[in-house]
Write a protein that binds this ligand. Structure first.
Ligand SMILES: C[C@@](CO)(OP(=O)(O)O)[C@H](O)COP(=O)(O)OP(=O)(O)OC[C@H]1O[C@@H](n2ccc(N)nc2=O)[C@H](O)[C@@H]1O
Ligand SMILES: Nc1ncnc2c1ncn2[C@@H]1O[C@H](COP(=O)(O)OP(=O)(O)O)[C@@H](O)[C@H]1O
Length: 291
């Protein structure tokens, strides 16, 4: 038997870092939503009891460092599954980009293996397992739009944002999430308004949502990598309605509602950056391409 799962990328519409905790993680408050840029996972039973990962992408680990491998190992151990699995990852989400590609693959593996092995694990338990794999995995288990607190695993679902285009540009630099959090210092003068974003979303007010976008981790990543700031500035010049770095970066996204602006942004960014994508938000009310 085979199962397939789509693993979409997330963007952070707001990301506030409240304080460093004693366990080394940071207490966050962020608004996350999914976009229609996704990896695809195929999961197939193996006759022997092992986990095998393959991918067309040459630049991700295929051993126990792969988050989909870790998800399979965790679920096998906890539910005493003696069957093996072959997982193929069709990678489309750029790696180490601030888009939670690995986390979404792990979440998709949890959902898919729950089906493949008929385990009937409830969603909240899949999220608890996900939290053992990474802070963004619980959100990726359900997707949608949510305020995430704690280290990212305490989730409050909220309505989807007003539908729009998302034009993303990933500069070819590698940013380590742990390094960015490690360098972060709380600055009350640079406090993103999670309440502003959620209020705008609840009112369906696209312009107010764009005005409220904010990411505290920009205070670390922008000074370290000037090209990230340059891309933000270019996006504004090219007519973006709202612009923000996602997660710890380095990907920057522009939100636009008018389709006529998308080609202008896409082409303008392509002159500056090799990896540029134009996609829709993945909302439940349509607009995101279904599988
Ligand atoms: C910044 C965010 C925003 O959505 O996304 P990305 O940039 O990774 O996409 C997340 O908080 C990243 O979540 P994730 O990538 O799952 O992080 P984890 O694997 O759990 O942790 C990697 C490292 O980041 C730091 N970390 C992570 C989350 C958190 N709330 N506080 C932290 O200090 C820790 O040093 C940890 O060792
Ligand atoms: N399935 C996977 N896809 C992408 N990266 C993975 C995967 N499994 C493990 N990794 C590793 O996780 C790290 C972070 O990748 P990713 O989740 O794409 O970034 P981010 O947390 O910035 O969104 C990379 O260094 C990569 O080698």
């Amino acid at each position: 038997m085979k199962v397939y799962e789509k693993a979409p990328a997330k963007i952070n519409l707001s990301l506030d870092v409240l304080r460093k905790r004693e366990d080394g993680y940071h207490e966050v408050e962020m608004v996350m939503t999914m976009i229609d840029l996704a990896d695809r996972l195929e999961m197939r039973e193996l006759p022997r009891d092992s986990i095998v990962i393959s991918s067309q992408a040459g630049y991700i680990p295929l051993d126990e460092k792969n988050l989909a491998f870790q998800a399979a190992k965790l679920i096998k151990e906890r539910y005493n599954v003696r069957q093996g699995v072959y997982i193929h990852l069709d990678k489309k989400i750029p790696v180490a980009a601030g888009l939670a590609g690995g986390s979404s693959d792990a979440a998709a593996a949890l959902r898919g293996l729950n089906r493949l092995w008929n385990l009937n694990i409830p969603t909240d338990e899949l999220q608890r397992l996900g939290a053992e794999l990474g802070s963004d995995v619980p959100f990726c288990v359900t997707g949608g739009t949510a305020v995430a607190r704690g280290r990212g695993e305490v989730l409050e679902p909220i309505p989807d944002p007003p539908q729009c285009w998302v034009v993303l540009a990933k500069p070819s630099i590698n940013v380590s999430t742990a390094d960015v959090y490690g360098r972060f210092r709380v600055n009350p003068a640079l406090k993103p308004s999670t309440a502003g974003v959620t209020e705008a979303i609840r009112k369906g007010d696209f312009a107010a949502m764009c005005r409220s976008l904010g990411n505290a981790l920009e205070s670390v990543t922008l000074p370290l990598y000037p090209e990230v700031r340059q891309i933000k500035e270019l996006m504004v010049r090219l007519g973006a309605d709202g612009v923000l770095m996602s997660g710890s970066g380095p990907t920057v996204y522009a939100l636009v509602q008018r389709e006529s602006k998308v080609a202008r942004l896409y082409n303008g960014l392509r002159g500056f950056c090799k990896e540029v994508y134009a996609v829709r938000l993945l909302t439940s009310t349509g607009g995101g391409a279904a599988d």
